[in-house]
Design a protein around this ligand. Structure first.
Ligand SMILES: NC(=O)c1ccc[n+]([C@@H]2O[C@H](COP(=O)([O-])OP(=O)(O)OC[C@H]3O[C@@H](n4cnc5c(N)ncnc54)[C@H](O)[C@@H]3O)[C@@H](O)[C@H]2O)c1
Length: 545
C-alpha cells in the first residue's frame, strides 16, 4: 500500500507538494486533474461544465482508481474528489490520505495567481466571478468534514514547500507506508559482558518502534530528546505513533546544532527529567543526529547513575557511527567531546528512510565516516562506494540499507574487541586528529563534523605517503572518492599554528605526542605516536592551498 493521496481545496498546493514528495521518495506522481484533461482532451473546468457535476465526480472517482493502479505513487486528487464516499473509502483502504489544510484566503490568493498566470478562468468554473472567494468559502464549509476524515492533516499556510513535503514523508514513514516487505531487516548485536546493544536496521522500520519498545520490556512513559530541525518533521508523527500504541511520550526539543552539546543544555535536560520525576526504568530516546545521540546518551548515563537508552539515529553520520558503540558526551569550550561516558544503548533503531528528509549537506558529510570505514577496515566496502556514486547521491533504499548495516557490523566488531579506546578502537579516529582541531578552531560553526573529518583524512593520507606507508595511488583513490561524494579536501587560508595548537589538546594526545591513525593500504590502518612535526606541517600546508 505504498501510495499517498493528497487532498485539499484548490490552491492548497496538492500538485506542487505532490511533485516534491514524489521526487524525494523517487515515486511516480499523478495529478488526477491532469489525467482527466488528457483523457477528455479539455481542461477539467470545461469537463465539469460540459458533463455536469454528478458525472464529473464519477469521472474523478474513476481517475483516482486508475491513478492508484500501481504502488509507489503520490496522487494529487481533485479538490472535490472527497465528496464521493466511494473515493474516500478507496483512499482510506489503499494508501495514506493527507489533507493539505489551507485557509480560504490563502487558497483564494493562490487560485488567483494561477488564473493570472494561465489566463484561463474557465479552468476554475466553481469559483470564477466577483463572488469567487465567497463561493470557495462555501465549498470549503461543505467539504471540511470530509477533508478532516484524512489520516493526516498538514497545514500549508506558513511553511515552505520543502518543509511541508518532508512533513508528508515523516508521516508516511511513521504510519508504515515506507515499510516494504521486499527490503531486508537486519539485526546486529554487540555483547559486552552482560550488556547487550542491539541494532535493528530496516528501511521504514520506525513504524515498528512501539513493538520494539514493548518486546524490550520498556515502561509506558518514555522521554524523547530531539532537536528543532528533526522535531519540525518528526515530533507530531512519532508522538502519534507512540500514543496510539498506549505509550505516554514526553518530548524535550532543543536548538539544532553542535552548540547544544554543552554542559548547560545537558543540565537543562536533567532538570526536565527531575521535574518529570523520571524513574530508573523509564527510557531516554535520543531522536536525532550525532549531537542529540551524544548529548542524550550522556544524560541517560548520568541521570540516576544510568537509565535505559534507546538511540534512533536520524542522520547518516549517526546511523553509521555515533549511535553505535556507546560513546556519549558533550563539548567543553576548550575542546570537543572532553566530557563524557561510555554508555551502551540497549536498542538502536536504524531506519535509513529518515535520510529522505536530511538536508543535502548533512547527508553528504555522513559519507566521510563511511569512506573512513572503507579506508581503514574494509577494501570491499571502499570499492562498493567507488562503484555506486550515483545511487549513493540518489539515496537508494537497498544500497543505503546494505552499506549502513556493513558499517554498523564493522564498528560493533571493533568495539567488541576494545570498548574503552584502549587500542584498536583508536583506529576509528582516522581523520579526526585534524578534523576535531578544525571544528574547535572554527567554533563548531562553519565546518560540519564529517566535512572536517574528510579534510583530516586527506591530511593523514598525505602524512602516510610522506612516511612511505601508503602509495600515492591509494591516497589519490581516497581523494577522488571523497571529491565525488562532494566532500571537501582542503581548507584554504586556515591558520596552521593555531590548528597545530588545537591538535595538541586533542584527547588522542599521549605523553605530549600526537596520535595519528595512518592508512597503510585501502582497508588497513595503523596507529602512530612518532610523527614528526615537520611532516604534519607539510601535510597541513598542502590542504591550505
Ligand atoms: N559518539 C560517537 O561515537 C560519535 C562519532 C562521530 C561523531 N559524533 C558526533 O556527532 C555529531 C555530528 O553528528 P551529525 O552530523 O548527525 O550532526 P547533527 O546531530 O547536528 O545533525 C545535523 C543536522 O541535521 C539535522 N537532522 C538530523 N537528522 C535529520 C533528518 N532525518 N531530517 C532532517 N534533518 C535532520 C539535525 O537537526 C541537524 O540540524 C558531532 O557532535 C560529533 O562529535 C559522535
Amino acid at each position: 500500500m505504498q501510495r499517498i493521496f493528497l487532498t485539499g481545496l484548490s490552491g492548497s498546493g496538492k500538485s506542487t507538494i505532490g511533485r516534491k514528495v514524489s521526487e524525494l521518495l523517487q515515486w511516480e506522481f499523478i495529478d488526477t486533474d491532469a489525467l482527466l484533461s488528457e483523457r477528455y482532451g479539455m481542461p477539467v473546468g470545461q469537463i465539469l461544465i460540459e458533463f455536469g457535476e454528478p458525472s464529473f465526480r464519477q469521472m474523478e472517482s474513476e481517475a483516482l482508481v486508475l491513478a492508484a493502479d500501481n504502488e509507489h505513487v503520490v496522487i494529487a486528487t481533485g479538490g472535490g474528489a472527497i465528496i464521493a464516499e466511494a473515493s474516500r473509502s478507496f483512499m482510506r483502504e489503499n494508501g495514506l490520505t493527507v489533507y493539505l489544510e489551507t485557509s480560504v484566503e490563502i487558497a483564494w490568493q493562490r487560485v488567483q495567481e494561477q488564473i493570472d498566470q494561465s489566463g484561463k478562468e474557465a479552468e476554475r468554473p466553481l469559483v470564477v466571478g466577483t463572488d469567487g472567494q465567497q463561493r470557495l468559502q462555501s465549498l470549503f464549509q461543505r467539504r471540511k468534514k470530509w477533508y478532516e476524515e484524512a489520516a493526516v492533516c498538514i497545514n500549508t499556510n506558513d511553511d515552505s514547500l520543502e518543509i511541508i513535503s518532508k512533513r508528508v514523508i515523516a508521516f508516511a514513514l511513521s504510519s508504515g507506508y515506507l515499510n516494504d516487505t521486499s527490503q531486508s531487516q537486519e539485526t546486529v548485536i554487540l555483547q559486552l559482558g552482560k550488556v547487550t546493544s542491539k541494532a535493528i536496521i530496516e528501511w521504514g522500520g520506525l513504524y515498528h518502534l512501539p513493538e520494539y519498545l514493548k518486546s524490550s520490556g520498556f515502561s509506558k512513559r518514555v522521554f524523547i530528546v530531539t532537536d528543532s530541525d528533526v522535531g519540525c518533521f518528526y515530533r507530531k508523527p512519532i508522538l502519534g505513533l507512540l500514543h496510539n500504541a498506549g505509550f505516554v511520550p514526553h518530548i524535550f526539543t532543543l536548538p539544532a546544532g553542535e552548540v547544544s552539546k554543552s554542559i548547560w543544555v545537558w543540565q537543562e535536560i536533567l532538570n526536565w527529567l527531575v521535574e518529570q520525576k523520571t524513574e530508573q526504568r523509564e527510557p531516554i530516546i535520543a531522536l536525532g543526529g550525532g549531537v542529540i545521540g551524544d548529548l542524550a546518551g550522556f544524560v541517560a548515563a548520568t541521570y540516576h547513575r544510568g537509565i535505559p537508552l534507546i538511540q534512533i539515529p536520524t542522520s547518516l553520520l549517526a546511523q553509521v557511527d555515533s549511535a553505535i558503540g556507546g560513546k556519549t558526551g558533550i563539548n567543553h569550550p576548550l575542546g570537543k567531546n572532553l566530557i563524557g561516558a561510555f554508555y551502551q544503548p540497549g536498542l538502536i533503531i536504524v531506519d535509513p528512510a529518515f535520510l529522505l528528509t536530511l538536508p543535502e549537506r548533512v547527508y553528504r558529510e555522513g559519507w566521510a565516516e563511511i569512506v573512513k570505514y572503507g579506508m581503514i577496515l574494509d577494501a570491499d566496502l571502499f570499492e562498493t562506494l567507488e562503484g555506486h556514486i550515483s545511487s549513493l547521491h540518489a539515496r537508494d533504499a537497498s544500497l543505503l540499507t546494505k552499506i549502513i548495516t556493513r558499517c554498523i557490523q564493522l564498528k560493533m566488531d571493533v568495539v567488541q574487541r576494545d570498548e574503552r579506546d584502549g587500542g584498536l578502537r583508536n583506529i576509528l579516529n582516522y581523520g579526526h586528529t585534524f578534523g576535531h582541531a578544525l571544528e574547535v578552531l572554527t567554533d563548531y560553526g562553519s565546518w560540519l563534523h564529517g566535512e572536517a573529518v574528510a579534510v583530516g583524512m586527506e591530511v593523514a593520507a598525505q602524512i602516510a605517503v610522506a612516511r612511505g606507508l601508503l602509495t600515492n595511488e591509494n591516497a589519490l583513490r581516497q581523494r577522488e572518492l571523497l571529491l565525488e561524494l562532494h566532500l571537501p579536501q582542503s581548507c584554504p587560508g586556515i591558520d596552521t599554528i593555531s590548528l597545530l595548537e588545537k591538535m595538541q589538546r586533542d584527547k588522542k594526545v599521549r605523553a605530549g605526542h600526537m596520535r595519528w591513525i595512518l592508512p597503510t593500504q585501502i582497508g588497513q590502518a595503523e596507529i602512530y605516536d612518532d610523527i614528526s612535526l615537520p611532516l604534519i606541517q607539510d601535510a597541513v600546508a598542502k590542504i591550505r592551498s
